[in-house]
Design a protein around this ligand. Sequence first.
Ligand code: PGA
Length: 255
Amino acid sequence: MSLVVANWKMNPQSAAEAKEIYSGTRRAAIKYKKVTTVVCPPAIYLQEFSRLKSKGVYLGAQNVFYEESGSYTGEISPYQVAGFGATHVIVGHSERRALGETDEVVNKKVLALHGAKLTAIICIGEAARDANGDYFALIRQELKTALKNVSKKNLLKNVVIAYEPIWAIGKSDADAIKGSDMHEMSLFIRKVLMEIYKDKKIFSVPILYGGSVTPANAEEIYLGGEVDGFLVGRASLSVPDFAAIIKIVHDAKRA
Ligand code: PGA
């Protein structure tokens, strides 16, 4: 099953706008049933959205803390977001890593999410590419640390890998990855999963691409990149653009 995830980041500014975008997204998602759509709004909107009928759309959070409860001012626990209907949580986004989230913290969050029976959307990606291909070593390291002590069962049921090269985030649609480069990366990610789990079942773990996905580049990356879907930032705040991306994934025919 293909998967398209909306990462609204710290947008929009008002609850009224948020509700409008969410309702429009839900209407689009219901039309394209072959695609699983997940909306990750700022956590303050989760309660309201979980009250609206969530048919056709799953809810996600953009971050959680790794403890269940306690004296952690400003943090939100996996159980709290689960209580408001979230089924997925983004972890290790490069914008959070830039604020100090390490691979070890990402791993703690993944384990905590699994404790609460939530799916972890684990973001990995290099800041820049070098001619020697050193970035592959960084991707391997990010994956291995994030998945430390994650059981095969949880990997297969509750993990999504989102490859988001930092150089492609927040740019124009022409700056996103090319399908052929994404294909190479998808193969590499599967190779590393195979190194860790030594089981062909790892092929069912969804791999997403994120970074300046728009309706203009989605088909080429989806088909050429052998990805299972997308993690979409800015374009997910425009209902027509996000609906177009879901439709592209829904209609795309792999050879
Ligand atoms: P973008 O963001 O689609 O706006 O580039 C993607 C992301 O950071 O998840």
